[in-house]
Design a protein around this ligand. Structure first.
Ligand SMILES: Cc1cc2nc3c(=O)[nH]c(=O)nc-3n(C[C@H](O)[C@H](O)[C@H](O)COP(=O)(O)OP(=O)(O)OC[C@H]3O[C@@H](n4cnc5c(N)ncnc54)[C@H](O)[C@@H]3O)c2cc1C
Length: 364
């Protein structure tokens, strides 16, 4: 199918994506399926959310309030099976996608936006034996699930390569240059790059290039080794969340810290995670620790992503996915690709536009 891209121009690439995390790669793959010259620049920063995340696909367990944001999350969850099938067929690799459901054990039934299936304690024990004694029951979300975000990132990278996407790895964009309403080039330490259209997918680092209100929200995480694979029957989401990978690795998350880009694991962070994890599922007290890590969620003031047009006619935005960027990757890729192929930005997605914050935008 011939695709008419916005702002086609006789430069080296049709579309240049700035940021090769889960969002940038998902968009690159989607765009490259239908047209040729897509490039992607990535600085390889430590603490990228793509590597750090737990990979939960959890519009239910996350208790996203009813409204446009929840609808977007639900729509993305629906995209997952076909999106994963396509990626896995293209690459012959697994993403660890597992629609295993998520259970949310609680100590009281009051509060929250829960809309799952209620399980009393006896039913909870049938679902997941061994949970902490304080839980009176839990909410069951059969449609929620998980993907191994690190495998997904690797599969997306491989799919993008096989589709001819050009990679500029370990290049950090230091400046985006404009003239009037057009972006003219992006400048890295090594080179300057030009394209017909640019897509900004720089996650928590976005505000270093453009005055958007996206900030880092640090999360510390750890992984344990279960004695048998998988360690649990489904994801368990309490004051810590426990995400069992099929190979026996149990991912435990996460702190939520407003400390800027302060790298590293702290004693307090680990203590918080381990205490909550052991309370949630006491048997894991004896499991060995495999790894600890941290990363930065890109948070916005209203916790919704920033998607779609910008004040520059050839710059599109896809950032600020906060806690749900793994979940939102397929719908983001679909929407941005559709927009770049000439469709107007949908009016029901006005809640994602940059101008909802009511201030002007400057390149930095
Ligand atoms: C601890 C933790 C747990 C999470 N758990 C979940 C979960 O269970 N489910 C879920 O759906 N989401 C989860 N998230 C959120 C999710 O990971 C993010 O929303 C998502 O990864 C954001 O994707 P991104 O591509 O925008 O950002 P990132 O994945 O961070 O990628 C941004 C990329 O941009 C590059 N970059 C930035 N600036 C520049 C520059 N100037 N020049 C060149 N390259 C640049 C970086 O190197 C990086 O590769 C979690 C996040 C964290 C931190």
């Amino acid at each position: 199918m011939a695709i008419e891209l916005r702002q086609l121009s006789p430069v080296s690439m049709d579309v240049l994506i700035i940021g090769g995390g889960i969002i940038g790669l998902s968009i690159a793959v989607e765009l490259a399926k239908t047209q040729g010259r897509v490039g992607i620049i990535d600085g390889g920063f430590p603490g990228t959310a793509a590597q750090a995340a737990a990979g939960m696909l959890a519009p239910g367990a996350e208790q996203i309030p009813p409204g446009a944001m929840r609808d977007l999350c639900e729509a993305s969850l629906q995209c997952y099976p076909a999106w994963i099938q396509d990626l896995e067929e293209r690459t012959g690799q697994t993403t660890g996608y597992w629609p295993c459901g998520i259970v949310v054990p609680v100590t009281s039934q009051a509060g929250g936006h829960h809309r799952g299936l209620w399980l009393n304690r006896e039913q909870l024990d049938q679902h997941q034996p061994g949970l902490g004694a304080d839980f009176i029951g839990g909410w069951w979300y059969p449609n929620d699930g998980q993907v191994d975000n690190r495998l997904l990132h690797a599969v997306l990278y491989q799919a993008a390569q096989s589709l001819g996407v050009q990679f500029f790895s370990h290049e950090t964009v230091v400046r985006i240059a404009s003239q009037g309403t057009k972006i003219t080039q992006v400048v890295t330490h090594e080179a300057s790059h030009q394209a017909g259209h640019y897509v900004l997918t720089t996650g928590a680092w976005t505000y270093k290039l453009l005055s958007l209100p996206v900030r880092p929200r640090k999360g510390q995480m750890l992984a344990l080794q279960a004695p048998h694979a998988p360690g649990l029957n489904q994801v368990v989401f309490a004051s810590a969340y426990l995400v069992p990978r099929r190979d026996g690795r149990l991912v435990v998350g996460a702190t939520s810290e407003d400390v800027g880009f302060q790298d590293g694991i702290t004693a307090g962070g680990l203590h918080q995670l381990l205490e909550a994890a052991i309370q949630t599922y006491p048997p894991l007290r004896d499991w060995p620790i495999l790894e600890t890590w941290w990363g930065y969620r890109p948070v916005t003031p209203d916790e919704c992503p920033i998607l779609g047009p910008s004040p520059w006619e050839n710059l599109t935005l896809a950032t600020g996915h906060y806690r749900n960027g793994i979940l939102l990757a397929p719908i983001t890729a679909h929407l941005i690709s559709k927009y770049l192929n000439g469709h107007p930005w949908p009016s029901e997605l006005a809640f994602c536009r940059w101008d909802r914050f009511g201030h002007t935008l400057n390149l930095l």
